[in-house]
Structure formats: C-alpha cells, structure tokens
Design a protein around this ligand. Structure first.
Ligand code: THG
Length: 269
C-alpha cells in the first residue's frame, strides 16, 4: 500500500495560517510526523491565492525536503504551477494531477515527466465534471493511459483516482468506485488505483467510521495507494489490519511492529 501523506495542504485552516505566518517549524513538523507514521510520499498543496501559489509551493517543498528524505506529491489544479516548481524537487515523486478536464493538463505534464522516474495521478474527470457512471470513468482512464504511452509513460507510473462521490449524494457511489477499480486493474494490471479517503463521507455524521470502512473495502477491490493522514491512528490501524486480512503483510510483521512502536492501538501512558 502506497501512503501519500495529505496534511501539508493550504486548504486546512491550521496550515493556511502557518503559510501566512511563514511558520516553517509547523510545516517541518507535519512532514516529520507523517514520514515517521509511514508516509511514502508527502503531498504538498499551497491551496492559496493563485498569485502566490508558485512561491508558496516552492517554500513548502524546500521545508519538507530539508527535514525528510521522502519524495513529494506535488498537488495543484494548475499544470503551469506544477511546471514552474518541478525543478525544485530533489528526487522523482508524484504529480497530482492530470485529468481530461482541459487539454493542457496532459499536454503540459506528460512532456515534463517524459524520460524520468516521476509518477502521475490521473483523475477520471473531463469537461463535464466527475462522471457518475462506471463506463465514463473507464473511457477517461483509457484516454489518460493512451496519451501517457505516447510519452513513454507506462501504466506502472500512473495512479488512477476514480473520484469517489459522496455516498450521501449517491448510495451506489462505493459500488461504482469498486467496479471501476476492478475494471481498470483488469485492463492495466500494473496500474495503481488511488483515492482521497474523506470524499466518500461528505454530508454525513461520524465521518471517520465511514472513511475507515471505505479504505478497507477499496483495498479489497484493488486500491493500492491512498492520499491520507497516516498520523491518524485509527485510519492507520484500519490500513494495517486490512493488509493483514488480505495477506499483504507477511507474518503480520508490519502490523505488529506498528503496534509495538505505539503507532496503532490504545495509547500507552
Ligand atoms: N484526490 C487527489 N488529490 C487530492 C484529493 C483527492 N488532494 C486533496 C485532497 N483530495 C486530499 N487531501 C486532504 C487533505 C486534508 C484533509 C482531507 C483531504 C483533511 N484533513 C484533516 C486535518 O488534517 O485536519 C483531518 C484528517 C484526518 O484526521 O483524517 O480533512 O481526493 N488526487
């Protein structure tokens, strides 16, 4: 399971405040805590006014790379922003994201990562927004993968995010996500499937119980990557328990180690 730590995101009020106040220590601490909790990549999203997005992302990237040796997941809706900050990354990571929303996303990002070890997240949305059906998600995936192929970007470097809709809006949402995941994996066995874990529960009370069970069910369907908060003990516990149950944790070693380190389970005094 590939863990992309989500906490350095300017849309979170405490992070927005740290960005405004240039509080490097706050950002550094989030990077260290996520790396220690098992993040494989650290997502960085400025989430601020477009005029200072490049400057802010560069600042975030430098802080993270100074304190942890984890690759970045550069998160911006604007491909020009990603293009501008790309050179500040010290090692290949993940671009978050491309989609079929506009032509320029793939046209800018794919040439940028051609011939590198960079990976990319592809969202299954287009100019009509997020499709509510499985078929359109599959069709968009095919387009994203075929275009990537023209730049030598193979499916093993692509994470498809099938963009789960809130279950309060569509009660078939998870079932559709699962069907899309299975079909995409059948078509491209080496591709990764990723998702944010909190979109599913918008509009619901007791969201975390829904998010955790979403993670378990999605992993069973083949999701092998997640944009999540690894410092959330309950969520990390769900992830590690699910890996045990799915035979993805030989001798249950990861689970037991995390428990011994106090990363999951009841907090010890
Ligand atoms: N897909 C892709 N990229 C994405 C998303 C996605 N990037 C942004 C977002 N969705 C994922 N990132 C976040 C970041 C923070 C929170 C939710 C999604 C959040 N955090 C709370 C906090 O830190 O205070 C609580 C986290 C918790 O305890 O679980 O709400 O869908 N490709």
């Amino acid at each position: 399971m590939i863990i992309i730590g989500e906490k350095i995101n300017g849309t979170i009020p405490s992070v927005e405040k740290a960005i405004k106040e240039k509080n490097e220590q706050f950002i550094a601490d989030l990077a260290i805590r996520q790396a220690e909790a098992g993040a494989d990549y650290i997502d960085v999203c400025a989430g601020t006014a477009p005029e200072i997005e490049v400057e802010t992302l560069k600042w975030l990237m430098e802080i993270v790379q100074d304190v942890v040796d984890k690759p970045l997941c550069i998160d911006s809706p604007n491909p020009r922003t990603i293009e501008a900050v790309f050179k500040y990354a010290k090692q290949p990571g993940i671009i978050n994201s491309v989609s079929e929303e506009s032509e320029d996303k793939c046209n800018i990002i794919y040439p940028l990562i051609q011939g590198t070890d960079w990976q990319v997240i592809g969202l299954t949305c287009d100019s009509n927004g997020i499709p509510s059906d499985v078929e359109t998600r599959i069709d968009i995936t095919k387009i994203l993968v075929e275009k990537a192929g023209k730049f030598g970007i193979t499916p093993d470097r692509i994470h498809i995010d099938p963009l789960v809709i809130a279950v309060s809006t569509d009660n078939q949402s998870l079932l559709k996500f699962i069907e899309a995941t299975k079909k995409i994996k059948e078509m491209y066995p080496s591709i990764h499937i990723t998702s944010g874990l909190s979109n599913i529960s918008f509009g619901m009370p007791f969201r975390r119980i829904i998010n955790q069970n979403f993670l378990a069910l999605a992993m069973y369907a083949g999701m092998d990557s997640a944009i999540m908060d690894p410092t959330n003990r309950e969520m990390l516990g769900t992830l590690l328990a699910t890996q045990v149950l799915l035979g993805q944790d030989r001798h249950c070693r990861k689970f037991i180690t995390a428990y011994r380190k106090g990363q999951i389970g009841p907090k010890k005094e």
